[in-house]
Design a binder for this molecule. Sequence first.
Ligand SMILES: O=C(O)CCC(=O)C(=O)O
Ligand SMILES: [Fe+2]
Length: 334
Amino acid sequence: MTKIIDKKIQSIIQQCESLSIDDIEKLSNYKKLKTISSIKSRRCCDIYLILAIIFGLLSLFTTGISHTGIEHFLEYSYRKLFSIDIYREECLAPKLESIIDIFRPPISCDICHNLNHIERISNITREEFEEKYAYTNRPVIITDAMNNWLATEEFNFKFFKRLYRMNSSALLAVEENCQFFPYRNKDEFETLGDVFDMDLERAYMINDNYRPWYVGWSNCDYSTAYLLRQYYTKPYFLPKQSESSKLDWIFMGTPGFGAHMHIDNVDLPSWQAQVRGRKQWTLRPVPECFFQCKELKFIVEPGEIIVLNTNVWYHKTFVISEDEISITIGSEFD
Ligand SMILES: O=C(O)CCC(=O)C(=O)O
Ligand SMILES: [Fe+2]
C-alpha cells in the first residue's frame, strides 16, 4: 500500500514539474508533497506517529477538543499535519491496534458474565434476534442463514482471482481505497494483487509442504459490492431497519494461519458468514472483566454465520479445515 502511495506522490510531483511553472518550490501544496515524499522515502513511519501524537496532544490541551478514541485523535492529527489518510498508512496499523485498548471506554462485564459457551441458534425471528443479540454484545452463531446462497458453490480462490484480475476496476478500487490486511504474510503481499498472483498450487495447497497464507480486505467499491451481492443476501435475522453497510469484508486463507488477537475500533457490530472451510475463534474478554468472564474458544463451520461486536471482544482466528481454504464474507450492521 505504501508503495502505491509513494508512486502516486512521485507521479504527481513529476506532473507538476513537467508544467515548467516558475518558482514551483514556492507553491505550498508542492512543498507539502515534496516533504511527504522525502519522509516516506526514508521510511520514517515512526516520525509520523511521534509528530502526530505530539501535535494531537498539544491541540487537545490547547483547544479542549474531545475525541472519542485514539484513532480519531491520531487521524485528526495526521490530517492536520500531513493531509494524510491514516487508514491507508499501513505502517501505522499495528501501532494503532496496540493503543486502541488504552483509550477504549470501559465495557460492562454484563456482556460476558456467566457466558460459558457461544449459543448456536436457528429459525429465529428478527424481533427475537434484535432483542437478544443484535445490540447486546452477546456473540451468537446462526446455523440456517446461508440456505440458497450461490456463494457457497461459487466462491473459491479462482472466483476472486478472476474478480480481482490485474488492472480490473475491482482490484484498483481495493488497492486505492479499501483496507487490506496481509497478517503474517506482510513481507510477501503488499497489495491484494500480490495475493492473486500466487501460484494455484500454493493457493489450493496441492503440496503437503505449501506455505500457509491468510489475508483480509474490505471491498469499498460500489459496483464490486453489487456484484458480490448477487451471490449472497442480507441475513434474514437482521433487524428490518438495519442497513447492511456498503462494505463487505472478506477473509481468506489456508489452515494454520488466521488473524492475531486484537480488538477493533469500528462503528458497529458485524456478522461473518463462513462460506468455505472451518475456522476456530478465540474470544477474550476485555481486561477489566478478566476475573468475571471466561475466554471462549469455538469453531464456526461452513454454512454458519457468527455475529460479534468486535469492538468489545478481543478476537483471534485460526483456520482448521483439513483440505480447503477458509473463505468468509461479512459486514457491519446497524
Ligand atoms: O475472520 C478473521 O480472521 C478476522 C475477522 C476480524 O478480525 C473482524 O471481523 O473484525
Ligand atoms: Fe477484528
